[in-house]
Design a protein around this ligand. Structure first.
Ligand SMILES: Nc1ncnc2c1ncn2[C@@H]1O[C@H](COP(=O)(O)OP(=O)(O)OP(=O)(O)O)[C@@H](O)[C@H]1O
Length: 353
């Protein structure tokens, strides 16, 4: 799938025009899962809807195998769609929902039943064939919706925030299961999300979108280690930035995942230095002989770890995440105002530029 110079506009009744997608290029290879990641209002859904044929392109082109899809209606594109609210048919049971697209394809009943069972097994709902939709949990409903959208073997599956109505723990588990199901079926997919953990769990490549444009498209590890811009880094959760020629950068350099200049596909020109190092949660750890000093501003328990808000000399405010290691109460946490020694975690520091 290839998007070239795509523009999507919305015209209001008062004549004003909003640009939701702004001269955007994106390729998705066969079998690839690409996550579109961006804040609310960045244009992710508009791009997805234009690819689906639900929104007209003001200009530019959406192609499949070199064929322009302009003028091809949604139902003839061979694409599948899955939304936040799975939009299941309440009057059909689970099997009836999953079989829907197969009936449309006129697949014989016996073959259909086999395929439905296979798909339900794939999404972790083996044996659920005859359950009524009203008896399912939110997570189970989205699993059914996934099986239903995979059933007809779409050449591209478009998923718009499919997990965002679920709670965090469930979302994390389902994100892994969605990836497994997409890989097992060899499905090419475009997955819209505003949650970067979800994007990292699901995608082969992540396309970071902001104000209708793509800021960076890269494999998750590369995006994490080498964000293209500070804006991308901030969106990923990096909190503090130091120019590569600042004194603190000499210490932080030991936390870069790989030596400068050797990240796959990137050549960093050392010496031209508007480059910066980026630090976030997971970049630094406490160590009695650590080379950095920080003043604790806050400390609290978070899901089995301890989070310290620390102001590091020469760097600024950073979150330090530690194992709780037997500490159970507030009395076990470092007090605000105390000094902690810190060292970079290898692979925890990113370089921009
Ligand atoms: N039907 C519409 N009419 C007018 N403006 C719209 C319409 N749909 C979207 N927009 C505007 O286009 C921009 C992009 O919206 P879009 O829904 O594509 O972003 P998004 O990244 O998917 O956001 P979210 O995660 O909140 O859904 C926003 O400024 C939005 O207000």
């Amino acid at each position: 799938m290839g998007v070239r110079d795509l523009v999507v506009l919305y015209r209001d009744d008062d004549g004003s025009v909003a640009t939701a997608v702004d001269h955007l290029d994106l390729d998705v290879a066969t079998g690839e899962v690409v996550a579109l990641l961006g804040p609310s209002g960045s244009g992710k859904s508009s791009l997805l809807r234009a690819v689906a044929g639900l929104e007209p392109a003001a200009s530019g082109r959406i192609g499949w195998d070199g064929v322009d899809l302009a003028g091809v209606p949604t139902h003839r594109r061979g694409f599948g769609l899955m939304f936040q609210d799975g939009q299941l048919f309440g009057h059909r049971d689970v099997a009836g929902n999953v079989a829907f697209g197969l009936q449309m394809q006129r697949m014989p009943a016996r073959e259909r039943a086999t395929r439905v069972s296979e798909l339900l097994g794939l999404v972790g709902l083996g044996g659920f064939e005859h359950r009524a939709i009203s008896t399912l949990s939110g997570g189970e409903r989205q699993r059914v919706a996934l099986a239903r959208s995979l059933a007809p073997g779409p050449r591209l599956l478009l998923l718009d925030e499919p997990l965002s109505a679920l709670d965090r723990a469930l979302r994390e588990r389902l994100a892994d299961d969605v990836r497994a199901a997409l890989l097992a079926t060899g499905t090419t997919a475009l997955f819209v999300t505003h949650d970067h953990d979800e994007a990292f769990a699901v995608a082969d490549r992540i396309a970071v979108m902001d104000a209708g444009r793509l800021l960076q498209v890269d494999a998750p590890a590369l995006l994490w280690q080498a964000p293209a811009t500070r804006r991308v880094a901030e969106f990923l959760g990096y909190e503090a930035f130091a120019p590569v020629d600042a004194p603190v950068a000499a210490v932080l350099g030991s936390g870069l995942a790989v030596p400068v200049g050797t990240v796959a596909g990137r050549s960093w020109s050392d010496g031209t230095s508007d480059a910066v190092l980026a630090v976030g949660p997971g970049s630094l750890e406490t160590a009695a002989d650590g080379p950095l000093a920080g003043e604790v501003r806050s400390a609290g328990f978070r899901r089995g770890v301890i989070e310290l808000g620390v102001v590091v000399e020469g760097l600024g405010a950073v979150t330090v995440v530690e194992r709780s290691a037997g500490r159970t109460g507030a009395a076990d946490l470092p007090r605000a105002g105390t000094t902690v020694r810190l060292r970079p975690v290898v692979g925890g520091v990113a370089r921009i530029g």
